[in-house]
Design a protein around this ligand. Sequence first.
Ligand SMILES: [Fe+2]
Length: 315
Amino acid sequence: MRIAHFSDPHVNLKYHPQHLPRLRRALEDALDRMKADHIIITGDLTSNGDARDLRTIRRLFESLGIMKSSKLTVVVGNHDIYGGPHLAEEVLSFPERCRTTRYDEKLAIFQDAFAELFADTITMTPQGYPFLKRVGKVCLLGFNSIATHSYIQNPVGSNGTILKEARDQAADLAEHQAWKSANTRVALLHHHMFRNRDIEHLDIADGLSASGLAGKIEQRTLKLHGKRQILKLFRQIGVTMALHGHVHFTGQYERHGISFLNGAGAVFPAFRSAGYYYNMIEVSAKGGLEFMPVKLEKKEIRSLQLDNTPAIVGE
Ligand SMILES: [Fe+2]
């Protein structure tokens, strides 16, 4: 079975019109050329959580025949809840916007937009996270890692956490047969698990420098609080691999014997000169696991930027 992993397409028809065709190009590459059986997108599907963008992404998925649980899995990202500042004048007012965001409402809108993809998940909460989903012999464990607003811990919505309650629920879900009998167990979350001091050891796509990336991350508040407890949970329940995004590059690293893949470089990479990549994961019938970054040709991306996909833009 082949799984393609993407993250952070940040679709936004108003400020990032090129992201929708880039996402389409990337998904088509995974489905048609690389023959992916299943697609995973780990959050920030939208840049601003706008209903119009959610509808447009749905239509893209429908047009590709992947708007079904067996073909596609998504988890929510911070931009899907809080949005982001897209104009210079929005930067100052953005913390106030985060403070007044109705978190539960925004999460429900996201979940509703992709309801079919959650239809056969196993979960204990009405919000839908954490959830288990079985795809062949692979079992996915999806988390909502988006922290609620806090002046100190999460002033601009970009920091994450997985609260103890959710970690306990995940531990309970791991008792389920769907998880226990799987030959590959994959955790999905939006936030990354590397520390800034690990950056030099990340295996990152060609053309990226670790120091340039460190600087980029340093400028922002992009933390996941409680990484140690999350890692402990992952080890305890036998997570084989974890997929995430949030920081916009493609790369892989290992922590405590678990492979982590960052898949946020296919549509909106931090360094465009490095190229556009996504992750392809191949799981053999016996549970053997191989993964590699797949590069999208620059030429094709450029030609698609001229295409504003009129058939799926609207409303
Ligand atoms: Fe993010």
